[in-house]
Each structure stands twice: as structure tokens, then as C-alpha cells.
Design a protein around this ligand. Structure first.
Ligand code: PEP
Length: 253
């Protein structure tokens, strides 16, 4: 069922507190519960808040996930790390992998990201692989090659389900968004790549991320091959996140 639905996933980044999380999640429960049947909704939260977020949401249909996962699969002497098994143990259902902020600040490349994908799959939490070009790469006309190279690691895994978030780096947190034609072109390319790397039977969701807000969500979500949204800033307020989920309830024309 979730492979036919739109997905809306929030990315809290390094934000939140026990108090504000409770307010946000309780407000979402009230405003989103009817829509949660039609849209697969989730929030990627800082690791320290996974347990309390799961407890607050209880059986409510909003998945809690992690914003990252360790490259190390096993337990042991990796100070500061949290492995995929631990994330699953505390209730995370998914993890973002390769967000551009991780690629930028932590030098995460395909070899690191491949281990993270493996670890998520082994722990049965689904990875959301984030890809996207920088402004310089877009201006140099390299965006398709860059995204293809970022997706290439999928050929190393035997996947029956793939979730990718296309997030142009220059659109994240900037208020700038690509045109709907640019989004459609890239999403179509991502679909083609996934099908050729993983085989025709693979189930696919390709989310768009980068400055999605209440005003542009409906237009973006109506673009062909846009299966949902990964939402940063606008997921921190219940009203705006709920409005984006509402926009995802409208069936594509
Ligand atoms: C993100 O960080 O994944 C993101 C899409 O951020 P924003 O919506 O704030 O651009």
C-alpha cells in the first residue's frame, strides 16, 4: 500500500527539545490523523529523541526515523556512534542516508554510504538515500552526471524497494526551488536509473526535498514521478507540516 501512496517525511535536523517535540507531535496527531491513511508520513528526528517521539506517537501512524546511521554495523569500540540495530531497537523505522549536510560536513562518499545502506537493510529499517547536486554543479550542467554517480551504489545491493530523496543542495533551506520541469526531468532520470540498477520489479518512491513549504507543496507534489516530499524547516511547525501532508492527499491529475 505505501508504495502507491505519497510520502511526506520531516527532517528535524539538529532541532527540538522534549517540550517542543511533545507540542509538535501532539498537534500533528490531532491535525494529521485522518490524512495518515492516505499519505505515508514520518519524521526523522535527532537520535536522542527517537524513544520519546515513539512513545508520544504510540500507535499513531506517523513513522519515526533517524537522520543518519553509523557506518559500523557491529557493537563495540566506536565512541559516539549509533548503529542501525540500536535505531531499530528503539523504534526507528527508517534512516536518512547521505543527506547533503552529512556529505558536506562529514565527507560521506559512496563507499561510506554503501555501508550505511547495508546496515539499515540488515537491521530492517528502510534507508532514504538523499542525492542532489550543488549550485556550481547545476550551473556547469553536471547535475545529471552527479546524481547518476550518487545512485550508482544501488547496483551493489540487491534491492526490491528503493526510496530516494532528490534534494538539490542549492534548494535546501534557501527558499529557492527548481522549476517543475527541472524537478520532472531529474525525477524521471532517477526512476530510470533505479530501474536499470535494481531491475524492473523494484518498488520505488522518489521524494523531492528542498524548500518545500505550504505554498509550493501542491505544485511540486503534482509533478510526474514526484512521490512525496522530504521537508526540513517546514516540518518544525505542526501547521505547515500538516498543510504539506494535506497537499499530498490530493490525487495526481
Ligand atoms: C532538508 O534538509 O532535507 C530539507 C529539505 O530542508 P528544507 O526543507 O528546510 O529546505
Amino acid at each position: 500500500m505505501i508504495w502507491q501512496q505519497k510520502w511526506v517525511i520531516g527532517n528535524w535536523k539538529m532541532n527540538g527539545s522534549l517540550k517542543t517535540n511533545q507540542q509538535l507531535l501532539q498537534a500533528l496527531q490531532t491535525s494529521v490523523s485522518a490524512m495518515a491513511e492516505q499519505v505515508f508520513c514520518g519524521v526523522a528526528v535527532p537520535n536522542v529523541y527517537i524513544v520519546s517521539s515513539c512513545q508520544l506517537l504510540n500507535s499513531f501512524a506517523l513513522a519515526v526515523g533517524a537522520e543518519d546511521v553509523s557506518r559500523f554495523a557491529e557493537y563495540g569500540a566506536y565512541t559516539g556512534e549509533v548503529n542501525a540495530q540500536m535505531l531499530a531497537d528503539v523504534g526507528a523505522r527508517f534512516a536518512l542516508v547521505g543527506h547533503s549536510e552529512r556529505r558536506l560536513y562529514f565527507q560521506e562518499d559512496n563507499s561510506i554510504l554503501l555501508t550505511k545502506l547495508h546496515n539499515c537493510l540488515a537491521a530492517k529499517i528502510f534507508p532514504v538515500l538523499c542525492v542532489g547536486e550543488t549550485l556550481a554543479q547545476r550551473e556547469a550542467g553536471q547535475e545529471k552526471e552527479i546524481v547518476k554517480a550518487q545512485l550508482a551504489l544501488l547496483s551493489e545491493l540487491s534491492l526490491s524497494e528503493v526510496v530516494v530523496a532528490y534534494e538539490p543542495v542549492w534548494a535546501i533551506g534557501t527558499g529557492k526551488i527548481p522549476t517543475t520541469t527541472q524537478i520532472a526531468d531529474m525525477h524521471q532520470l532517477i526512476y530510470q536509473q533505479i530501474l536499470s540498477l535494481c531491475g524492473e520489479g523494484v518498488k520505488i518512491r522518489v521524494l523531492y526535498g528542498g524548500s518545500v513549504n505550504t505554498k509550493n507543496a501542491a505544485e511540486i507534489l503534482a509533478v510526474p514521478h514526484v512521490d512525496g516530499a522530504l521537508v526540513g524547516g517546514a516540518s518544525l511547525q505542526a501547521d505547515s507540516f500538516a498543510a504539506i501532508i494535506q497537499a499530498a492527499c490530493v490525487p495526481a491529475l
